[in-house]
Design a protein around this ligand. Structure first.
Ligand code: IPM
Ligand code: MN
Length: 353
């Protein structure tokens, strides 16, 4: 019996979470996986009402679950940064969810903005380091508000942090057994300190423990170019936090948009958190028009990470069938030709066949 904490969050988060859980329930009923859900009303509404973002006691409770299922964080009436840092990044950091796993897979039947590229070309996984780099919050102001104002935002990389993300990525490349190739994405020609730590960790770990996995390197700017020009060259990419944030938005677009892109915030063997990566899309709130497939895929990734592969495969199969059927007209909000809950019903039905 798994215990899962559910954080629907803001905007369209609750709508997509509902469909993600609907499909999970349909698949789990077939495979016999049992779980119990506990809901948390964290997010912008609670913050505006009570001033609370993430009470210490709730954070401690979250540590005790098998997994966390998150909708979206971000509220139009809350200053940018408050909820992102206070909730999403705080959970990532305090639960030490050091891997941000972001598969980029174009399913048959999904529109791709790249000319002449199809499902056989777009199937890769990005492992984004999730606890360090520019996200650490190191920095500050001096002489703020004067003409001499100085601001710094310090990128912190540790060998330990780089190495554990790199090891996870090598393991993914081995497990996928596709091209058995891992690409390090960094900027060794300019970030001559932090990228050098990554470079040496990458090569030393690869040489010592993963001689069967090919090592490849691309600067981050070139990575964005290749993701558009030749996405088929990639199998697994490992990348520091901020570069990973940027390239995975590009990745989401080439797999069909934020409506399908899911991510896992993972600490192997501990509680991990799964989310659609698209954000709260406040202007669509309550309209039943947002695409729920990313949240459904987040449920798939949650099951996979918990070791419930049959349930995960069932969900993925259902997503694939729904997309291949042509019944969902588009994955953009308001253009699906179906409502959010109809898409969820349809995929849930496929998951229980
Ligand atoms: C993401 C988001 C977050 C990030 C924001 C909301 C803090 O863009 O999950 O990619 O930058 O990591
Ligand atoms: Mn992002």
């Amino acid at each position: 019996m798994y215990r899962i904490a559910v954080l629907p969050g803001d905007g369209t988060g609750p709508e997509v979470v509902r469909e993600g859980l609907k499909v999970l329930a349909a698949a789990a009923a077939k495979t016999g996986v049992k779980y119990e859900l506990t809901n948390y009303d964290l997010g912008g509404e609670r913050y505006l009402r009570t001033g609370e973002i993430l009470p210490e006691s709730v954070l401690d409770e979250l540590r005790g679950y098998d997994a966390i299922f998150l909708g979206a964080i971000g509220h139009p009436d809350v200053t940018p940064g408050i909820l992102e840092k206070g909730l999403l990044l705080r959970i990532r950091f305090d639960l030490d969810l050091y891997v941000n796993l972001r598969p980029i897979k174009l399913y048959p039947g999904v529109d791709c903005p790249l000319k002449d590229k199809g499902p056989k070309d777009i199937d890769l996984v990005v492992i984004r380091e999730n606890t360090e780099g520019l996200y650490g919050g190191s920095g500050g102001f001096q002489y703020k508000g004067t003409p001499q104002e100085v601001s710094t935002q310090v990128h912190v990389t540790t060998r330990f942090g780089a190495e554990r993300a790199i090891r996870y990525a090598f393991d993914v490349a081995r497990r996928r057994n596709k091209d058995r190739k891992l690409t390090l994405c960094a900027k060794t020609n300019v970030l001559t300190f932090v990228s050098d730590t990554w470079w040496r960790a990458f090569n030393e770990v690869g040489e010592a423990d993963y001689p069967d996995i090919k090592r490849d390197y691309a600067h981050v700017d070139a990575t964005t170019m290749w993701l558009v020009k030749n996405p088929e060259w990639f199998d697994v990419i490992v990348v520091e936090n901020m570069f990973g944030d940027i390239i995975t938005d590009l990745g989401a677009m080439i797999q069909g948009g934020l409506g399908v892109a899911a991510g896992g915030n993972i600490h192997p063997g501990r509680v991990s958190m799964f989310e659609p990566i698209g954000g709260s899309a406040p202007k669509y709130t309550g309209q039943n028009v947002i695409c729920p497939i990313a949240a459904i895929a987040a449920g798939q990734m949650m099951m996979d990470t918990l070791g419930e592969h049959a349930t995960a495969d069932r969900i993925e199969g259902a997503i694939e069938k729904s997309l291949a059927s042509g019944r969902i007209k588009s994955l953009s909000a308001g253009k699906m030709g179906m409502s959010t809950s109809q898409v969820g019903d349809y995929i849930a039905q496929l998951a229980s066949e």
